[in-house]
Each structure stands twice: as structure tokens, then as C-alpha cells.
Design a protein around this ligand. Structure first.
Ligand code: FAD
Ligand code: TPP
Ligand code: MG
Length: 555
């Protein structure tokens, strides 16, 4: 038995079904061991940034760790951007980086570098296995660390001699049952009682739901709580999907590319219950959206995030789901005394304002104009997809239109690199999400610049039959940067380019392509793509001068 067999055994014990990887001479023992394990599907990707983002998308959609493997040096280096996204957005990715033989490492052999130091700033734990016998222990710890508490990536570095090392007997170890390791941390009951009391005494309370609600799978509890206490609920970009956006109490997405109603509601609230949100710069428009006199409650699994952005009044270190579960019975008796008619009216009024805002965005728009407006495209997408669809969203200005008009109604229905804000993430993340949730519609809604950073993996999608529909917002520019540049510098440089025909490109790689040049062609193309039994690209040529109406790009 080799070190690489022990590694694969550990993956099997952890319930891993997919490994996203790259090949190179240092990966050979591990690839060989994986090839002999029927329960694991190895997915070869065409770039490390895509394979790590596939693992990340898989983790975000399934809540199980996503696992990836790379070769030494440049191959491992290519992981860093994707690991950065997973780190910033609390996604549990296990990155296995293969390395040169230990005895050669100090001689600067080809490909080699200090492979641990760069990862330390974007992982929860970065460790090297020095002997085959240590692999089961290290892998156990890697899975525990990435899954428990704040979920984040872990790097396990495996030198070639360790992977290839033959050992006679596997080290005796208990088979870990990860399902019985839990970090469902409950909040201090006195603190919960205090939150309930202050909430009921406030006049304009609001729940701000963040990514922590998605990571803790707490949507059902959040809906129950909001309905019980008649509370308006806003989300952050990371929190999309945490609360159904068709719910009458949904007031929108806060922040610089969110919806106006949500930001205004946050500003006027005198009690803000932030569940699983960092209260980031973008979510709070550089910390201007919360009234300094408001009571702020922050619930976070990570103590270092409590009070980091705002001097919160109550800080609860807890799992979002457990917090809400405990808050519900604490609020109930108080509600019986207080009566909730006024609160309910406010939640409904704000919800109605948000729905009207979203609908009004089409006011005055010539829906049939050519080139097509992004607003027409998002309207068609919103009307074509299932309520439980998963959308992976790109990082450019198109995300602004998507935020405002494509509703997300189901848990973990939106996947996006929000904290690191990396482009090149959405398309591979959508592939990982589809593998995690084969029965859900998965779409990638992405800018042309963003898609160009990962589109080589359309071949992977076709080869592995991962049927995602990618809609390219094609405006032949990095338009988010272009608008800012024009506003602040009065001219443009480094933001315009010529695209290939993405539909033809898709067909060359074995996928199906649709080129859409007129608005009337959008719906038939989307409907056909959603029925296809192949990955599809819908390349929509857009009006690059279209402006957004709210937030940083508003004119
Ligand atoms: C172009 C662009 C535009 C953007 N515009 C906006 C915008 O308009 N509005 C906006 O909101 N954001 C926007 N963002 C994203 C923004 O940068 C932040 O990433 C985002 O606001 C973070 O949301 P969050 O605090 O909910 O999530 P995170 O930053 O992921 O924070 C989640 C928190 O939950 C905690 N947590 C994790 N698991 C649990 C658990 N089980 N229980 C309890 N707590 C847990 C974590 O410790 C963390 O502190 C934009 C990003 C880009 C790239
Ligand atoms: C890896 C990476 N490189 C550069 C950037 C800076 N950046 C942010 S948005 C953007 C433009 C994205 O263009 P596109 O995907 O076409 O979207 P658009 O803004 O045109 O809708 C760039 C270059 C980034 N966020 N990530
Ligand atoms: Mg663009």
C-alpha cells in the first residue's frame, strides 16, 4: 500500500465523490490510486483556476467540502486566486498540492518553490505530509478543520516520495464519521433573551441575512422567524438565496450594487439583526448605511468578525441556524403581549416597495431596441428559469443587472466570488454546482471578460457532460471598469477588446452554441438551451452603453 492509496482511502471515508484535478509528474501516484477507486470520479480540468473554482462551486452548492489536486510549482500557484475566493467566502475546499521529492526540495529543482508560504494567507491550515503513515491523520484533521466552525479552505501538500512510499500496513485508525462532528454552536441564552427583548421594543427592525445563513443551511429557520415576528428581511450579495426573494417580506439586496429599497430600509432601521454577515464595505456602502444610533446585533460563527466593522451592541458567537432556532421560542411569548400588526404592515410595505422597484426598472425601456439591453436579457432570464435554479454570477457590471432582476428563491441558489471578487470564477463554479445538484437547473450568468478567463473548460463541460447553460453578457468590454474610468479619467484605455464568436467556440468544443443579436431571439435560445442534453452557451450581444440606475454605476 502506498501513501497515495492512504490518501484516497481518506477521501472515501470523508464521502468524497468528485476530485477536480490537473496532471503532472508529481501527481502520478495519486492519479493512479484514484483510478483504482470506483466511488471517486476524477474530473480533469484545463486550468487550475477552473478546477479549484469547480471544487468551490461544488462545496457551496452541496455544503460538503470540494476536493482538488494539482501538480507542483506553477500548477499549485495557479490555485491561489480560486483559493482566495473560497477563503474570503467561507467555502470548504481541500486543496491537495503535489510536490517534488523532499530530498530534492532544497536544490531548487525544476518546478519547485516554497509551496506552503503563499497559501498561508488564504487557507485555514496549510500543512505538508512528511511520511505516508501521517496521511490519514493529516487528512482527518484537514476535513475537520475545513468543515467545522467557519468553513474555509485547507492545503495539504504531498511530496512525491510520500505519495509513492510503500508501507506494509495501513496505520490502525478509527474510521471517522464526519457527520457526527458538529460545530452547530448555540448562543448564550441570556443574550438571546436580550435580543428578543430589544427587538420587540424597537420601532423599525430589520433582519440582514448574509452568507452565513447559506453556509449553515438556515433558510427554513429564517423564514419561520421573519414570519413569526413580521420582520422585513434584506440580504447581502453573499446572502442571496438565504431568504426567498418572492417572499412578501423580502426587501432586496443592500449595498453598492444592490437594490435601493434594501439600502434605504437598512438606513432607516433602528434595530438591525445581522445574521451571518460581515457587514462589509460594499454591503454597507463604506459603513454609511447603518444609523449610528441603531441597535446592531451580529451573529457570527467566527469571533474575529464580531464588531470588526461596526461597534455592535450585541455580538453572538453562534451558528446561524442554532441562533434562529433559539430566538424563535424567545420571541414568541413577547409577541403575544406586543401584537404585531404594525410590524407586519411595515414588512409588507417594504416588500412591496422592493417588488415595485424591481418591476419599474423596465419602465421607459424600449424592449425591442437593438443592440439588446441587458435589462431585457435579465427579464427574459428571470421569466425562463425554475424557482429553484442555481445561478452562478460573474463579477462585472452585468452582476448589477442580475442582482436587480433575476430573483433567487431557493437556498444556495446564487453562487458568486463576492469577497475576493474574482472574475474567471462563475463558469467553473457553475460546473461544480451542477455536479453537486444534478437535478437543479444550473445557469452561469457571466460577462464576456469574465467568461474569457475560464472558457477553455467548455471542453471539460462537454467531455464530462456537465449540462450548464452559460449566458454571456457580451458587450466587448470590461464595462464595469470602463464606466468608472470614463467618469474619473475622461477617456478609456485597456478596457475594450474583440471577442470570438462564443457560440461557435462552444460548438467547436462539443457544446451547443446560440448567438443572439436581437432581443426577440433571447427567449427561444434560452428555452432551447434549457432543454438541451449538453452544455450550452447563449452569447447575447448587448448595448455596451446601457447604464444602470442605482449604486456605483448609476448615472
Ligand atoms: C463587483 C462587486 C459588487 C458587490 N456589490 C455588493 C453589494 O452591492 N452588496 C453586497 O452586500 N455585497 C456586494 N459585494 C460583495 C461584498 O464584497 C461582500 O463580499 C459581501 O457583502 C459579503 O456578504 P456577507 O457579509 O453576507 O458574507 P461573508 O463576507 O461571506 O460573511 C459571512 C459571515 O458569516 C460567517 N459565517 C459563516 N458560516 C457561519 C455559520 N455557520 N453560522 C454563523 N456565521 C457564519 C462568517 O464567519 C462571515 O463572517 C460585491 C462584490 C463585488 C465583487
Ligand atoms: C481576476 C480578476 N482580474 C481583474 C479584475 C478586475 N475586474 C473587475 S470587473 C472586471 C471587468 C469584467 O468584465 P466583464 O466580465 O465583461 O463584465 P462587465 O463589467 O462588462 O459586465 C475586471 C477586469 C477582477 N475582479 N478579477
Ligand atoms: Mg463585458
Amino acid at each position: 500500500m502506498r501513501g497515495s492509496d492512504l490518501l484516497v482511502q481518506s477521501l472515501v471515508q470523508a464521502g468524497v465523490k468528485h476530485v477536480f484535478g490537473m496532471s503532472g509528474h508529481t501527481t502520478l501516484p495519486i492519479l493512479d490510486s484514484i483510478s483504482r477507486e470506483e466511488s471517486i470520479r476524477f474530473i480533469l480540468a484545463r486550468h487550475e483556476n477552473t478546477l479549484v473554482s469547480m471544487a468551490d462551486g461544488y462545496a457551496r452548492a452541496s455544503l460538503d467540502p470540494g476536493v482538488c489536486v494539482t501538480h507542483v510549482g506553477p500548477s499549485a500557484a495557479n490555485l491561489l486566486t480560486g483559493i482566495g475566493s473560497a477563503f474570503r467566502d467561507s467555502s470548504p475546499v481541500i486543496a491537495i498540492t503535489c510536490n517534488e521529492e523532499q530530498s530534492r526540495l532544497d536544490r531548487d529543482v525544476m518546478n519547485s518553490w516554497d509551496q506552503l508560504t503563499p497559501f498561508r494567507s488564504v487557507t485555514k491550515w496549510s500543512v505538508q505530509a512528511r511520511a505516508a503513515k501521517d496521511i490519514p491523520r493529516i487528512m482527518r484533521s484537514a476535513f475537520i478543520r475545513s468543515r467545522l466552525g467557519r468553513r474555509q479552505p485547507v492545503q495539504v501538500d504531498i511530496p512525491l516520495d510520500v505519495a509513492a512510499e510503500e508501507i506494509k500496513e495501513a496505520p490502525a485508525a478509527k474510521k471517522p464519521a464526519y457527520a457526527s462532528y458538529s460545530s452547530r454552536v448555540r448562543p448564550d441564552p441570556e443574550l438571546v433573551a436580550d435580543v428578543a427583548d430589544r427587538l420587540l421594543r424597537s420601532n423599525r427592525p430589520l433582519v440582514l441575512a448574509g452568507a452565513g445563513v447559506n453556509r449553515s443551511d438556515a433558510t427554513a429557520e429564517l423564514v419561520q422567524f421573519a414570519e413569526l415576528a413580521s420582520l422585513p428581511v434584506a440580504v447581502t450579495s453573499g446572502g442571496r438565496g438565504a431568504f426567498p426573494e418572492s417572499h412578501p417580506f423580502f426587501v432586496g439586496i443592500v449595498g453598492r450594487s444592490g437594490t435601493r429599497t434594501a439600502s434605504e430600509a437598512l438606513k432607516e432601521s433602528d434595530f438591525v439583526l445581522a445574521v451571518g454577515s460581515r457587514l462589509s464595505d460594499y454591503a454597507t456602502m463604506n459603513w454609511t448605511l447603518i444609523d449610528p444610533a441603531a441597535t446592531i446585533v451580529q451573529v457570527d460563527i467566527d469571533p474575529s468578525e464580531i464588531g470588526r466593522q461596526y461597534p455592535v451592541d450585541i455580538g453572538a458567537v453562534a451558528d446561524c441556524r442554532m441562533f434562529l432556532r433559539d430566538l424563535i421560542p424567545a420571541v414568541k411569548p413577547l409577541l403575544a403581549k406586543a401584537g404585531g400588526a404594525q410590524a407586519s404592515a411595515r414588512a409588507r410595505a417594504l416588500g412591496g416597495r422592493c417588488a415595485a422597484e424591481r418591476a419599474s426598472v423596465l419602465d421607459g425601456l424600449d424592449l425591442d431596441s437593438v443592440p439588446t439591453k441587458a435589462r431585457r436579457l435579465v427579464k427574459e432570464i428571470g421569466e425562463s428559469i425554475r424557482r429553484d435554479a442555481i445561478i452562478a454570477i460573474g463579477g462585472g457590471r452585468h452582476s448589477h443587472f442580475i442582482n436587480q432582476h433575476v430573483p433567487v428563491d431557493a437556498p444556495r441558489g446564487a453562487i458568486r466570488s463576492v469577497g475576493f471578487g474574482a472574475i474567471g470564477f462563475a463558469f467553473p463554479a457553475s460546473l461544480g454546482a451542477k455536479l453537486a445538484c444534478p437535478d437543479r437547473q444550473v445557469l452561469c450568468l457571466v460577462g464576456d471578460g469574465d467568461f474569457c478567463m475560464s472558457m477553455q473548460d467548455m471542453e471539460t463541460a462537454a467531455r464530462e457532460r456537465i449540462n450548464v447553460v452559460t449566458v454571456v453578457f457580451n458587450d466587448s468590454s470590461y464595462s464595469s471598469v470602463k464606466f468608472l474610468q470614463a467618469r474619473h479619467f475622461g477617456r478609456n484605455i485597456g478596457v475594450d477588446y474583440t471577442n470570438p464568436d462564443f457560440a461557435k467556440y462552444a460548438e467547436l468544443g462539443g457544446a451547443r452554441g446560440f448567438r443572439v443579436e436581437r432581443p426577440g431571439e433571447i427567449r427561444p435560445a434560452l428555452e432551447a438551451a434549457l432543454k438541451e442534453n449538453r452544455p450550452c452557451v447563449v452569447d447575447v450581444i448587448l448595448d455596451s452603453a446601457e447604464k444602470t440606475y442605482y449604486g456605483v454605476f448609476a448615472s
